[in-house]
Design a binder for this molecule. Structure first.
Ligand code: NAI
Length: 333
């Protein structure tokens, strides 16, 4: 079977070629995203393999079906970029990797929090220039702080466990609270209470129609002045314009984001010699109290191995018709 593989990077090729030693598919790697501009390069393939910023709209899926694509294999957990109704309508199965080292993402969220708080990124540069002054490097203790966690699935849970180790108090919100966490006496509260009482808020829920712009003028107004906000989930959870206003007014004291609303135009590319026509990201980068990474929270060796193995296994099972209908990796048959 031929697989057209989009948004391919060097590291994808290395890990997928390795995982494909057992499956033996013909993988054609394309650097470009999958979208209306590129869908016509697909030829004689039965599957496409895509990532977070490929755009699988109805229009694209209709063309995929005409080209004989039977499988859309997402090599990520989130699937807000795929029109699942259209996939069903055109009889294309959609699979994903629901879990690949949730610890990788949770640990990155903590790394960002520790960096923005204790300013180790600034200290590193200072010391290299023989500037040993401490001015401007003041942080706060995490011990005793209240951390609001929105979304307590696999990543949220891993994040909570780390924060408990720091001696933080947890306030959790989830549309379906986790039994195991409740048994550990993790305090689930109304989202308004979480906004009002947290010193730090970390987002670990998927992006859905219901929670688009969850962090906006109104929710920010409920928060304490001086909040630290972390988003490693999806850019659309934040109304970026409202967040910029809150940074300017100092309501938000520190912002850590690994995801951005318009990231598909920017992330995973070296644009160091380009003029970037996105004023919001330029404004964010200009703040000294904003730490932005380019969707790298998942990027560990363990996670990449798991992503490649699960994706190839998903495709192989769908190809052989041995995928159970209720498999957790399936979004649509
Ligand atoms: P999960 O499915 O295990 O957990 C998500 C949790 O969010 C569930 O408990 C669900 O009930 C809850 N939820 C759904 N809608 C909600 C809402 N409106 N408000 C509050 N809670 C809600 O997913 P997992 O593996 O923990 O991943 C979470 C998100 O992290 C993914 O959806 C994805 O967007 C993001 N992610 C980011 C990565 C990165 O590299 N930055 C890598 C992997 C995932």
């Amino acid at each position: 079977m031929k697989i057209d593989f989009f948004s391919a990077k060097k590291y994808d090729i290395a890990f997928f070629d390795d995982a494909n030693k057992t499956t033996g598919f013909d993988i054609f790697y394309h650097e470009t995203h999958l979208g209306p501009h590129s869908v016509n390069i697909i030829e004689d393939a039965s599957a496409v393999c895509v990532f977070v910023n490929d755009k699988l709209t109805r229009e694209v899926i209709k063309i995929l079906a005409k080209k004989g694509i039977k499988i859309i294999a997402l090599r990520c957990a989130g699937f807000n970029n795929v029109d699942l109704d259209a996939a069903k309508e055109f009889n294309i199965s959609v699979c994903r990797v629901p879990s690949y080292s949730p610890e990788a993402v949770a640990e990155h969220a903590v790394a960002m929090l520790m960096t923005i708080n204790r300013k180790t990124h600034k200290a590193y540069n200072r010391v290299r220039e023989q500037n040993f002054s401490l001015d401007g490097l003041l942080g706060y203790n995490l011990f005793g702080k209240t951390v609001g966690v929105i979304g307590t699935g696999k990543i949220g849970k891993a994040f909570i466990n780390i924060m408990l180790g720091f001696g933080c108090k947890i306030l959790a919100f989830d549309i379906s609270p986790d039994l195991e966490l409740q048994e550990k006496n993790i305090n689930y509260v109304a989202i308004e209470k979480l906004f009002q009482e947290s010193n730090i808020i970390s987002l670990h829920c998927p992006l859905t129609k219901e929670n688009h712009y969850l962090i906006n003028k109104v929710s920010i107004n409920l928060m304490q002045t001086g909040i630290t906000l972390i988003n490693t989930s999806r850019g659309g959870l934040l109304n970026t314009a409202d967040v910029i206003e809150a940074l300017k007014s100092k309501k938000i004291n520190a912002l850590c984001i690994d995801v951005y609303e318009q990231e598909e135009h920017l992330f995973f590319k070296d644009l160091s010699l380009e003029i970037i026509n996105d004023d919001k990201i330029q404004r964010l980068i200009s703040f000294p109290n904003v730490l932005l990474t380019a969707h790298q929270a998942f990027f560990t060796k363990e996670a990449l191995e798991e992503i490649a193995e699960t994706t190839m296994d998903n495709i192989a099972r769908l190809d052989k018709n041995t995928m159970p209908k209720d498999a957790p990796t399936m979004l649509s048959f």
